[in-house]
Ligand binder design. Structure first.
Ligand code: MG
Ligand code: MG
Length: 248
């Protein structure tokens, strides 16, 4: 069941979203050659706690850290730790904050120093496909319009959509209905109505769409070893159009 949010609840979700966005911005600003993914996680966790919020992912399904940090061929769910970032890497940070009963959820991929043209184009296309999808998230449109917006944008540029993982509703629970795929048919699927809050999160591969889960049972990586990018916003559907809640 899709849970619609009241104006009062949306106000609370704005607060969770803002803390999430600020944490992601802080983590992204700390990305540089030589830093470990564990240190990025620590910086964001401390910030979230300093705001009186809780990191949404910490302990979620047994996840051991506050952020998911995925490097290069890693798509999502990377576990922060001793890995040192190097010049030319791309690093996807996914973070959520929970406060006053509601979650925010946001992700972005950052460049570590100078990166390859392919990685730069992949990052730009993934970010832009998210913005295209948000633009169509109007009342009366359908989930298929969102999926098609992402899929068309990235496939036209030679990239591929990860299908096994999708966006989702967000609210009191971090993962609520509906599922929000990054592929689909325009004009099909659940109709968007004011009060819905969804996380739209394209996970886009430079090579083929095939993925696997690493031995740590969390990290999702590309089969062909080519890079992957991930951008995500928590978006409220309102009568005035889409509102990004995870804006700092
Ligand atoms: Mg996320
Ligand atoms: Mg999400």
């Amino acid at each position: 069941m899709v849970i619609l949010k009241t104006t009062n609840e949306l106000q609370k979700m704005r607060k969770a979203g803002k803390i999430t966005a600020q944490a992601l911005e802080l983590g992204g600003a700390a990305v540089k050659p030589g830093i470990t993914t564990g240190e990025l996680d620590r910086i964001m966790r401390q910030f979230i706690l300093s705001k009186g919020a809780k990191p949404s992912f910490l302990g979620f399904g047994g996840f051991p850290k506050s952020a998911c940090i995925s490097v290069n061929d890693e798509v999502i769910h990377g576990i922060p730790g001793k890995r040192v970032l190097r010049e030319g890497d791309i690093v996807s940070i996914d973070i959520g904050a929970y406060i006053d009963g509601y979650h925010g959820d946001s992700a972005a991929t950052f460049a570590v120093g100078t990166i390859s043209d392919e990685a730069a184009r992949l990052m730009a296309a993934t970010r832009e496909s998210l913005m295209e999808a948000i633009a169509v998230a109007q009342p009366g449109k359908r989930l298929g319009d969102i999926g098609a917006a992402v899929q068309n944008y990235v496939t036209e540029r030679g990239f591929s959509v990860v299908r096994e993982y999708v966006g989702h509703g967000v609210g009191h629970d971090m993962h609520e209905e509906p599922e929000v795929p990054n592929y689909g048919k325009a004009g099909h699927g659940v109709r968007l109505i004011p009060g819905m809050v969804i996380a739209i999160e394209p996970m886009i591969n430079a090579g083929t769409a095939a993925i696997y889960v690493k031995k740590d049972k969390w990290t999702v990586a590309t089969r062909d070893g080519k890079p992957s990018a991930h951008f995500e916003h928590t978006v409220a559907i309102t009568s005035d159009g889409p509102v990004i809640l995870t804006k700092s």
